[in-house]
Ligand binder design. Structure first.
Ligand SMILES: CC(C)(COP(=O)(O)OP(=O)(O)OC[C@H]1O[C@@H](n2cnc3c(N)ncnc32)[C@H](O)[C@@H]1OP(=O)(O)O)[C@@H](O)C(=O)NCCC(=O)NCCS
Length: 400
């Protein structure tokens, strides 16, 4: 389209972009008070608009870091606020935004981009792939009997939102950023998080756990009233712990909250051992498993070089990347690391499939079996399973 401009938003255009995004999600425009909180999250130079000549589409990102297998942290762009005005969809507006945003992130030296997708069919074409999965877990409180050998845990103190909110950044940094897939939350993240919770629930509580070495876990939750006084639903918003005793101690607390029938934990790691706490393991039911986050390797050589690999024969992979062709090429991946090579490839895959493989959430053999990876050496998928595999389920835990 000839009269289309894609550019960084000026600060005075950001609120219009926010309203456009909300309308794309079928939400009414925000209030002045809400905008005051949210505007802090609009980082200068990272909010994009498409003009025809009025604003018809938008996206933005904020700076963060993400832990990759082996423990290194890579620069991450947390991509959010994606929306195209109704009546202007399916004309290439999002594709224009993606081209501009990804090109800009590559120039800035950002290694990874991450987003939560509203629909599963949108982002694969831009090199994003489902990279973490998460469970919704429900515990019927009145059925729940902890096994006698579950650790005792420590003391729990419950704080209201005014007291707790200023402490969330420190609690999160101390208890929730050690696992693979965890992202740092910059200062600008928190006002939006707090505003969302204040709008969503009447009473938001934070239970802080204190173990032998000090504060080592917290749960943010609210209780929705049920039909009867004692049939409330306790919704866990965050559940972070630095050690198994804090995990057990926080569970003991959750089970002690009065007038609750059901405890619901959304978006939890696949291998989190809730069921192992109870005399009847069916007490903790996984109600659903969904894609949690979509990753994009913006700088493939840097991302591959940063993570560690399992013990297996090295494998040469050939990557094709339609949106960022600088990533095209062959990479030798082995227990000693990963680097560019001219050797013949054993596996061929596109950028979105590489994103699915990167954290080991999907096995290379499963990706090959379903046609996502072209196999040139039949021994390579099994070797790649071990190279890219991780000991624990990878999980992000931050919604944005
Ligand atoms: C999702 C959205 C941003 C797409 O914007 P858009 O400008 O219509 O996308 P484009 O026209 O650039 O589409 C590019 C391609 O993606 C496809 N596509 C876009 N949205 C799709 C969807 N929701 N489902 C399936 N395919 C989709 C298009 O058909 C097109 O395919 P093609 O290249 O084969 O022709 C827009 O529909 C929207 O704002 N939706 C509501 C809000 C939302 O879901 N935002 C995303 C939050 S994560």
């Amino acid at each position: 389209m000839s009269d289309r401009t894609v550019r960084i938003l000026r600060p005075d255009e950001q609120r219009k972009a926010w309203d456009l995004f909300r309308a794309a999600l079928h939400v009414q425009p925000g209030t002045d008070e809400e905008w005051e909180r949210v505007s802090a999250a609009y980082q200068a130079e990272r909010s994009w608009g498409v003009f025809e000549p009025d604003l018809v589409g938008t996206t933005r990102s904020f700076e963060s870091e993400m832990v990759v297998p082996g423990g290194k942290r890579l620069p991450l762009a947390a991509v959010t606020g994606v929306g195209v005005r109704a009546g202007r969809t399916r004309r290439g507006v999002l594709s224009a935004l993606q081209a501009a945003q990804l090109g800009d992130l590559a120039e800035r030296g950002v290694a990874l981009a991450l987003l939560h997708a509203s629909e599963g069919a949108i982002y694969g074409r831009y090199g994003y792939g489902v990279t973490t999965l998460a469970n919704q877990v429900v515990v019927k409180k009145h059925r729940a009997q902890l096994r006698p050998d579950v650790p005792a845990g420590g003391e729990v103190t419950v704080l209201g939102i005014d007291e707790a909110a200023p402490r969330w950044p420190e609690l999160y940094a101390a208890t929730a950023t050690g696992h693979v897939g965890a992202m740092t939350r910059p200062e600008i993240y928190w006002p939006g998080f707090e505003g969302h919770l204040r709008r969503r629930a009447k009473l938001v509580q934070t239970a802080v756990h204190r173990g032998q070495d000090g504060t080592d876990g917290y749960v943010i939750y609210h209780v929705e009233e049920g039909a009867a006084h004692d049939s409330g639903k306790l919704q866990v918003v965050e559940f972070s712990y630095a050690n198994p005793a804090a995990f057990a101690g926080l569970w003991r607390f959750l089970l002690s909250v009065d007038l609750v029938d059901e405890i619901v934990l959304a978006m939890r790691p696949l291998d989190e051992p809730h069921a192992l706490l109870f005399t009847d393991p069916r007490t903790a039911k996984t109600e659903s498993t969904e894609d949690e986050s979509w990753l994009r390797l913006v700088d493939v050589p840097a991302a591959l070089a940063a993570r560690t690999y399992g013990p297996a024969e090295p494998v040469v992979i050939e990557v094709s990347d339609r949106s960022l062709p600088a990533n095209d090429g062959r990479y030798l991946v082995g227990p000693d690391g990963a680097s560019r090579t001219d050797a013949e490839p054993a596996l061929r895959l596109s950028a979105d499939t590489l994103s699915m493989l990167y954290f080991g959430t999907w096995r290379a053999s499963a990706l090959a079996d379903t046609g996502r990876i072209e196999v040139l050496d039949p021994a390579a998928p099994e070797a790649a399973d071990v190279l890219f595999g991780t000991r624990e389920s990878v999980w992000c835990g931050t919604f944005f």
